[in-house]
Design a protein around this ligand. Structure first.
Ligand code: PLP
Length: 404
């Protein structure tokens, strides 16, 4: 098992994060981290937890008050039929939730349907759990949604889990209610578990967020996974959660949480209680500002990189997932380089070019799936000065390339 982990890939996001530490005055558009400060309700609760010496071991699934608040949030906001607080398990962020759930669900060789593009840790965790991620393309012309006939065709007798991620990282694509109704029917018919990763549930600019577990009879076969990282700007704090109705499966997933963390940091959990008990205005404020930043970045990109990238602003999440114009690359003499996954990659060439010459962190599309070679991801959730600085630096760099 130890050596097996050598075969589990490291996401380019991590590799690029390491590269960025060598860059002076970087523009960090590579990681999915918003620049907002955490809400005061969180900070005050953390400070109080310290004064109250909340520094001891806790029950593995989380402190009762946090589980109670989460259960209520899932009932009211996500419309899930949560029966008891016991169904909630607190995790060390969404990553840990996905890890525990996939390890609880998968047997060696089980297949997991995953969107393409998708946040790379999902595929890596599925592999780490002995599973086989099977990516099915989201189509740009469908607003980065699935053609559901293609999903049906990708299901085999080995498929065990349908992993949904709406809004999607990196494309921002959102599954509509009719999409989810059909996916629910497919899951029922083919007897699949659904892992619904709703990390970006609050970052939707157009349309609505629907939790598939709210559809009739779906909570029984769905494990919805959430994180406080994005909605409350708490990426480094590490609080997430999932809900499972089935007791045996929940016990197994909780055992995985036990042996990977014992309990999530006590101070972080008390802080999360403060964030959930207080007013929820920050969620709306962040969303409105993220929409403005999205527009600011796309408008700026048209000016800074004319003819270099194409793509429409997304309906959700906080990334620009744009296609590199192959003609521009050819004329500019930007040739593909060896990608970390093997094979030549224009998106890696672009990432290296932007990091080296413009100090801009960005992630090559190929890391989100082989068919996304030729795309780039930029995080638009950074502050205006950083976005403006990155755009100015990009403009200068591409102007230099054009005049060569
Ligand atoms: C789609 C998706 N799911 C889950 C996560 C996990 O977030 P975290 O572990 O920071 O809570 C992320 C983080 O970027 C994500 O993009």
């Amino acid at each position: 098992m130890g050596k097996f982990y050598d075969t589990v890939p490291v996401s380019a996001i991590v590799r690029i994060r390491d590269m960025m530490y060598t860059v002076k005055d970087p523009f960090r558009l590579d990681q999915g981290d918003v620049s907002f400060d955490a809400p005061d309700t969180f900070k005050q609760a953390v400070a109080k937890a310290m004064v109250d010496n909340r520094t001891h071991y806790l029950p593995t699934p989380g402190i009762p008050r946090l589980r109670e608040l989460v259960a209520e949030k899932l009932r009211v906001k996500n419309r899930l039929p949560i029966d008891k607080d016991d169904e909630i398990v607190i995790t060390n962020g969404g990553t840990h939730g996905i890890y525990a759930v996939l390890h609880a669900l998968l047997e060696p060789g089980d297949e997991v349907i995953v969107p393409e593009p998708e946040w790379p840790p999902t595929m890596a965790i599925a592999q780490a759990a002995g599973g086989v991620p099977v990516q099915v393309r989201l189509h740009e012309h469908l607003g980065w949604r699935w053609d559901l006939d293609e999903v049906e065709r990708a299901i085999t007798p080995k498929t065990r889990v349908l992993y949904l991620n709406s809004p999607n990282n990196p494309s921002g694509g959102i599954l509509t209610r009719p999409d989810l109704e059909r996916l629910a029917a497919i899951a029922r018919e083919r007897d699949l578990w659904v892992l619904s990763d709703e990390a970006y549930e609050d970052i939707i600019f157009t349309g609505e967020h629907v939790s598939i577990a709210s559809l009739p009879g779906m909570y029984e076969r769905t494990i919805p996974v959430y994180t406080m990282s994005k909605s409350y700007a708490l990426t480094g704090v590490r609080v997430g959660y999932f809900a499972i109705r089935d007791k045996a499966l929940r016990d197994r997933a909780t055992k995985i949480v036990l042996y990977t963390t014992s309990n999530v940091c006590s101070i972080a959990q008390y802080g999360a209680v403060g964030a959930l008990e207080g007013p929820q205005d920050c969620i709306i404020d962040f969303r409105n500002e993220l929409k403005d930043r999205r527009d600011f970045f796309y408008n700026g990109l048209a000016e800074a990189a004319p003819g270099v990238f194409s793509g429409d602003p997304p309906d959700g999440a906080f990334y620009a997932f744009v296609k590199i114009n192959a003609d521009w690359a050819r004329d500019a003499g930007l040739s593909p380089v060896a990608s970390a996954k093997g094979g030549d990659s224009l998106s890696w060439a672009m990432a290296e070019h932007l990091i080296k010459h413009a100090r801009i962190g960005c992630v090559p599309g190929v890391d989100f799936g082989p068919n996304c070679e030729g795309y780039m991801r930029f995080c638009t959730g950074r502050g205006r000065p950083e976005l403006a600085g990155a755009l100015a630096s990009m403009k200068e760099t591409f102007a230099r390339v054009a005049s060569r």
